[in-house]
Design a protein around this ligand. Structure first.
Ligand code: KDG
Ligand code: MG
Length: 405
């Protein structure tokens, strides 16, 4: 079998998605997600100019060799653009292999470790009361885990709180340039303690609570927050600090027993190697699209298992339904799976472009049993939603200093 053609399609059914379609001479095709939020066209150029020409005529069944060829063979290893390009191809090759074998991808990985995949939903409000009322709505739908985010009084915008904005572009102020947001650690810390105090009071102790700091704190501030939140028994505290320097997490770990999660921006096992082998984190949140595909995620999960670190793949709306399908297969297989982030199966346009075969009920997802990934992409429908330039916001401290968004 040979790769005959590879098509890269960018569409925007509410969000930009970069979809890779690998077509074989046997008439079978596979799909992959190569979306890097706010940098989509860089991945398209990398794929079209530097990857696709090298793969035409190769056997799509040699997934490992193609992965190594694109990773080691390029000399320039890692980085979000390179690894998203590799990921898009890799997912498509696993999809093809499943279709050839007549088996879903989780079976190729080793079969089911569980019947269903536990999900955590989001609740983000303009006030603590608003957040908790949204959380109650989520629990009423059957979810047993919820991420709580609430607006910080005194700051114009807060990560994780959409308010009355309807879509992502409205949230960005429909500007063709990155919106700017403010940050104050002092104001945030006051809000967050009250949020979790109220949450445990109103939601009880049976629900798993999570929170994403989105890398805004220094390690010692994270340590302080982790300690402060211990009475509220979080499932995990996500991205409390940046870990470009992985030793940062030693500082946090020395001070708190609040479980720690990180990894949604990671591009390879090397970004989390020290965090995992020194047991500085409890959950690794790498995503198939950004960490190099299913081949790389499988390796990260196996490595993490040795150190009691569980997987909690990133599930934001800027990852396409193809990535979500890949995650549900990985989550179903991984013996050390923890929890999957879930923000819904997408709006009507997304669901018209991507045909998904995942059942979500009572806070859990059931993997597709179709051969391959079990997701399809309608290129004709996608044409109705062309690419629109989009940026993530930039964060500044109140004195104007650029900070981590
Ligand atoms: O593109 C950035 C988003 O994916 C990110 O802000 C979402 O932090 C996020 C999360 O935990 O879902
Ligand atoms: Mg996050």
């Amino acid at each position: 079998m040979k790769i005959k053609e590879i098509r890269i399609v960018v569409c925007n059914p509410g969000r930009n998605f970069v979809t890779v379609k690998v077509i074989t001479d046997a008439g079978i095709y596979g799909l992959g997600d190569a979306t890097v939020n706010g940098r989509e066209m860089a991945v398209v150029a990398y794929l079209e100019e530097h990857v696709v020409p090298c793969l035409i005529g190769r056997d799509p069944q040699n997934i490992e060799d193609i992965w190594q060829y694109l990773y080691k063979g390029a000399y320039w290893r890692r980085g979000p653009i390179t690894m998203a390009a590799i990921a898009g191809i890799d997912m498509a090759l696993w999809d093809i292999k499943g279709k050839i074998a007549g088996l879903p991808v989780y079976q190729l990985l080793g079969g089911k470790s569980r019947k269903s995949v536990g999900l955590y939903a989001h609740a983000g409000g303009l006030t603590i009361e608003d957040t908790l009322s949204k959380a109650k709505g989520v629990l009423d739908q059957g979810f047993k885990a919820v991420r709580l985010q609430s607006a910080v009084p005194g700051l114009e915008t807060t990560y994780g709180v959409v308010g009355d904005k309807k879509d992502y572009y409205e949230l960005q102020g429909n500007r063709p340039l990155p919106p700017e947001e403010q940050w104050s650690t002092q104001k945030y810390l006051q809000m967050v303690e009250e949020l979790f105090f109220e949450a445990r009071k109103q939601l009880g102790t049976n629900v798993s609570l999570l929170h994403d700091v989105h890398s805004r704190l220094t390690p010692i501030e994270s340590a302080k927050l982790g300690k402060m939140l211990e009475p509220y028994n979080l499932m995990f505290l996500e991205d409390s600090s940046i870990a470009e320097n992985q030793q940062n997490y030693q500082v946090i770990r020395q001070h708190t027993t609040t479980p720690l999660a990180i990894g949604e921006t990671y591009n390879s096992i090397w970004d989390c190697k020290e965090l995992i082998q020194n047991q500085l984190i409890d959950y690794i949140r790498a995503a198939a699209t950004h960490a190099g595909g299913i081949t790389a995620m499988r390796r990260i999960a196996d490595f993490a298992a040795i150190y009691n670190v569980r997987t909690a793949p990133h599930g934001a709306p800027d990852l396409s339904p193809i990535c979500f399908a890949a995650h549900i297969h990985l989550d179903t297989w991984a013996p050390n799976f923890g929890i999957q982030e879930f923000v819904g199966l997408g709006n009507e346009q997304i669901q018209s472009v991507f045909d998904q075969d995942i059942k979500v009920t009572n806070g859990v997802a059931f993997v597709s049993d179709k051969p391959g990934l079990g997701v399809d992409f309608d290129e004709e429908k996608a044409k109705a939603y062309p690419y629109k330039r989009s940026y993530l916001p930039v964060s500044r401290l109140e004195d104007g200093t650029v900070w981590n968004w």
